[in-house]
Design a protein around this ligand. Structure first.
Ligand code: SF4
Length: 162
């Protein structure tokens, strides 16, 4: 049975970023083809109902982990509280993962939704997950960033996911 993997849509060339741009990553594309993975493109911020382009967002405190436990908030740069919107996007992404049988995700580093190891709090880049990554990880989905293709390859070689 083919292995599906959630992938941040911007990494696949979809123009869904806050500035209306894409962030296509040829290494990601080549990896997916080489490993015969079936990508399921998702943009949690669009799934939450945000427009494209949109004002970029940051954590006021904490990171995605604290947002999903109700202990932190996400704000747009112009001061709108968007915590609930980010949670809706994370839940919709989780539902897509369930529907498509994804137990793996490959998401865009440093995004307030998709970040895996780092995200912005105010103007500072700090350790922490995005909101969607935190929810997926909590529900047992193994998440890698586009900067962790070697780690994803090792994980696949462990054959737990194939
Ligand atoms: S929310 Fe994720 S998929 Fe959407 S633009 Fe941001 S990093 Fe890309």
């Amino acid at each position: 049975m083919p292995t599906t993997i959630l992938v941040s849509a911007c990494l696949l060339g979809i123009h869904c970023r806050y500035d209306g741009a894409a962030k296509p990553d040829l290494r990601v594309k080549d990896f997916l083809i080489r490993k015969e993975l079936i990508p399921i493109p998702v943009c949690p911020e669009q799934l939450g109902g945000l427009p494209t382009p949109r004002t970029p967002c940051r954590f006021a405190e904490g990171s995605g982990k604290e947002v999903i436990t109700g202990n932190a908030e996400v704000f747009s740069r112009d001061g709108c509280r968007l915590t609930e919107t980010f949670l809706v996007g994370a839940k919709e992404t989780l539902e897509i993962a369930r529907q498509c049988g994804c137990r793996l995700a490959l998401l865009k580093e440093r995004s307030p939704s998709c970040g895996v190891r780092q995200c912005y709090r105010g103007d500072h880049l700090l350790a922490g997950m995005g909101v969607t990554t935190a929810l997926l990880a909590e529900r047992g989905i193994t998440v890698f960033s586009e900067e962790e293709l070697d780690e994803l390859e090792w994980c696949l070689q462990g054959s737990r996911f194939t």
